[in-house]
Write a protein that binds this ligand. Structure first.
Ligand code: SAM
Length: 442
């Protein structure tokens, strides 16, 4: 009986904790990963086992947020007060389970309603119970409401559906659906330490199912995500977690031994580490990062894989503050962007990103591009990268750059077509959405 009570309590505790994480993202603008990390830190030792469930509920609720809000509005007849944002979020967590998980309906309702006690708002049990049961009872009405609205059907904000459908008149439904998928966990094998096939064998020996990625020679795709501590040789830098699309950067940059390379927006350092693994005998890799905390993460990540770079806390736009005047043969510009290509990994982007962010991001990209271009040697190459699917940050940004800089020539990255760069859409070949363009200085 005690065990049954404990598991009932843990089930409710997981729902309450997930609701609080969702509130942190929706009300306080926190990153989902950071809010989850804090929630894990607050768990008592005896509750640690519910951490994966909290993560699943918080991720799922934010992934389906725009749809769940529409469903909640059907049944929650009065708006929730600002101080009851936790109960509102708990309702969404409950609806997420009913609509998108295999949790038995009665268990989902029961655990969600009981979570109101943990949030010290027992008065809300009635309204939660009524809304969740109405959603089950009125399944037909729910289905019709969802089908009638693209915002609910695809669970994206209207402005983003407009932006993506404008850029992709045919592919937009596929892109939005892909954004709602769970992404694979993909590894980059450090081939200076171990071959990909040997690392695959090491994973299998640990009981971790994985396969090679067909298009990217350093990439392995896991069948199921695992904590990094379970990866063989992780602490020794034998592998890193990195999406396959991100692993294309090092090859596209075409680094050669003894070159001077600049990574102007470097943290957390996945691409810098890969460049150094691929070309260990560079003359130098200078890694700039404007955010001190992220610079520290970059330092730790490079140390783990056993590579060295010259790290600088600096603003790439302002080259007089960091550049010694010696030209670089290669520049990687992995600029801040809307991150609309990695929504499947970070569903909170759909609620955190606002349409008015785009002009500012575009200006930042222009300032970084124009700021570092003079640092590139004649004949040198600059690789421009975003994890965005939006034309204005990608192809249009490059077209505008080529007009401003007549000494720049675009080198095609994919055969055929007349695009300047290479746009990967989310889900294509199991990859995140990325854009690459390579510019050579005449
Ligand atoms: C897309 S991330 C880079 C990811 C990194 N290349 C990797 O593969 O791990 C962009 C980074 O640029 C940094 N950043 C933004 N503006 C910057 C600036 N003006 N100068 C230098 N770094 C900047 C951000 O803090 C962020 O860490």
């Amino acid at each position: 009986m005690k065990a049954a009570n404990e598991s009932h309590e843990s089930a409710a505790a997981a729902r309450a904790a997930a609701a609080l994480v969702v509130v942190q993202v929706l009300k306080n603008g926190r990153f989902l990963d950071a809010a989850l990390e804090e929630a894990r830190g607050r768990l008592r030792a005896t509750d640690r086992a519910i951490a994966p469930l909290i993560q699943e509920l918080a991720y799922g609720t934010l992934r389906w947020y725009h749809q769940l809000i529409g469903v909640a509005n059907l049944f929650a007849t009065r708006p929730f007060k600002a101080k009851d944002a936790d109960i509102h979020a708990l309702l969404l967590v409950g609806l997420y389970q009913l609509r998108h998980t295999r949790v038995a309906d009665h268990a989902a309702v029961d655990a969600t309603v009981s979570a109101a006690d943990i949030l010290k708002k027992s008065w809300a049990k009635g309204v939660l119970n009524a809304c969740l049961r109405a959603c089950l009872r009125e399944a037909e009405r729910v289905a019709q409401t969802i089908a009638a609205s693209a915002e609910l059907r695809y669970s994206h904000p209207a402005w983003l559906i407009d932006a993506i459908s404008n850029d992709y008149p045919n592919a937009w439904p596929r892109i939005l659906d892909a954004n709602n998928e769970r992404p694979p966990m993909t590894l980059r094998v450090n081939t200076t330490r171990v071959t990909r096939s040997d690392y695959l064998a090491a994973l299998h020996a640990e009981g971790i199912a994985a396969r090679t990625h067909s298009g990217v020679e350093t990439a392995l795709v896991l069948e199921m995500p695992v904590p990094v501590e379970r990866l063989p040789g992780f602490a020794e830098g034998h592998a890193s977690v990195q999406d396959a699309a991100a692993q294309l950067a090092a090859g596209f940059l075409e680094t050669q031994p003894r070159q001077r390379v600049l990574d102007a927006c470097a943290a957390p350092g996945g691409k810098a580490a890969h460049i150094l693994e691929r070309t260990p005998s560079l003359a130098e890799l200078t890694a700039l990062e404007v955010d001190p905390q992220r610079l520290e993460r970059l330092r730790l990540n490079l140390r783990r894989v056993g590579v060295n770079a010259r790290l600088m806390l600096a603003d790439a736009m302002n080259r007089s503050s960091w550049w010694d005047g010696s030209a670089y043969d290669r520049i990687l510009l992995d600029v801040p962007c809307s991150a609309t290509g990695v929504i499947r990994r970070h569903p909170d982007i759909k609620v955190r990103r606002q349409p008015h962010d785009l002009p500012q991001l575009r200006r930042t990209q222009v300032q970084i591009l124009d700021g570092v271009w003079p640092c590139l040697a004649r004949g040198g190459k600059l690789l421009y990268v975003t994890c965005s699917v939006l034309n204005e940050e990608n192809e249009q940004q490059m077209r505008d750059f080529l007009v401003r800089h007549t000494d720049a020539v675009a080198e095609p990255l994919q055969p055929g077509g007349n695009a300047i760069g290479y746009q990967i859409l989310p889900g294509e070949d199991e990859m995140d959405g990325f854009y690459y363009a390579r510019l050579r200085k005449r």
